[in-house]
Design a protein around this ligand. Structure first.
Ligand code: NAP
Length: 315
């Protein structure tokens, strides 16, 4: 395979590699697990609901009977759950990559987590910041990679996370777009920090375009959209793709040997298409935003990334 070539349906052999995926119970996270497992990787499927996790595991096994997969309970909105899952993941050994995918798009009425944080920011951003920090040492030992998941919505709506928990002017959509601008800015900031501290871990960002359940093949227990959803999603066919295709950019960012830290991947036609290099929305590239968010995440999660220990773990 050369630098320019990439066939998302024919991945390089990933035998011996191990990946952890958040939000693996449905959508992009599930299909990313399927694709990684089919390429021979060991995959740790994580999710907040044990029944959904069992269903997802069974579905991956149906698609790749000899898949090397395990499951782990992890609710990204809950710091206790993040710490416990990270401890278990560390004990399970090698870790080549983290796909920080879990996300809430349409938040429930309950706006706060048990820890008192705004729910969308906690789920999409804080949990992933804490998880990546907690798993930095094993990632560094494997000279691995982390992929944060952004969204093309950050290029369409300029909702920058200057007030990340939206103490003022909350709307569900603003909370969502802000959270995705935050994951993008943090991915870029993390890459800078990792380089500055000499830690051999790359941080990238990927977005799936516009990927809908109704345009995705049915998978028992994982993707079972109603007829109405199929009908409505198909009306948008020219500007959408399946979640399976949406996962391509996330998986490429995670495993393409030529992908570089600090870069972004997304569909060629922005909303759909083959996975290609993409450009993060302008506001998310501001170093000041990245630095401020980093501090806000450290304060909110009480997690400081162990750069020195990670560097030593890699040497
Ligand atoms: N689909 C798109 O077009 C699109 C576009 C831009 C960005 N994205 C991003 O891509 C990611 C995945 O989206 P998707 O379309 O696959 O969404 P989805 O089908 O709604 O799946 C979301 C996944 O996240 C999990 N999740 C939600 N809250 C969680 C929590 N507190 N702890 C652990 N897992 C949690 C869900 O688990 P449960 O089954 O337990 O709910 C589910 O597995 C998200 O970060 C989203 O922002 C998607």
């Amino acid at each position: 395979m050369t630098r320019a070539e990439w066939d998302p349906e024919n991945l390089p052999d990933l035998s011996g590699r191990s990946y952890l995926v958040t939000g693996a119970t449905r959508g992009l996270g599930y299909f990313a697990c399927e694709q990684l497992a089919a390429a021979g990787a060991h995959v740790l499927l994580t999710g907040r609901n044990p029944h959904s996790l069992s269903a997802a595991k069974a579905a991956v096994k149906r698609s790749t009977p000899d898949a090397a997969i395990e499951t782990l309970l992890l609710d990204t909105s809950n710091m206790g759950s993040v710490r416990a899952a990270a401890a278990t993941a560390r004990a399970r050994g090698r870790l080549d990559g983290l796909l920080l995918n879990a996300g809430v798009v349409h938040p429930p009425k309950q706006r706060e987590t048990v820890g008192g944080h705004e729910l969308v920011f906690a789920t999409n951003v804080l949990g992933h910041f804490a998880l990546a920090g907690e798993l930095l040492k094993p990632l560094a030992a494997a000279r691995g990679r982390m992929v944060w998941v952004g969204s093309m919505s950050t290029s369409l709506w300029r909702h920058l996370p200057t007030d990340p928990e939206l103490r003022e002017g909350y709307t569900p959509w603003k909370a969502y777009v802000q959270s995705k601008a935050a994951t993008t800015a943090l991915a870029l900031e993390a890459d800078k920090m990792l380089r500055a501290h000499g830690v051999p871990v790359e941080s990238l960002v990927a977005h799936p375009g516009y990927s809908t359940s109704g345009r995705t093949r049915g998978v028992r227990g994982v993707n079972e959209p109603s007829r109405l959803t199929r009908f409505l999603d198909n009306l948008q066919a020219p500007i959408t793709q399946s979640k399976e295709q949406g996962a391509w950019a996330l998986v490429r960012a995670l495993v393409d040997p030529y992908a570089e830290g600090g870069s972004m991947y997304g569909p060629a036609l922005v909303a759909r298409g083959a996975p290609r290099r993409a450009t993060p929305a302008r506001g998310t590239r501001s170093g000041d935003l990245g630095t401020e968010l980093w501090r806000a995440c450290e304060t909110a999660t009480h997690v400081k990334w162990p750069f020195e220990r990670a560097r030593r773990a890699a040497s």
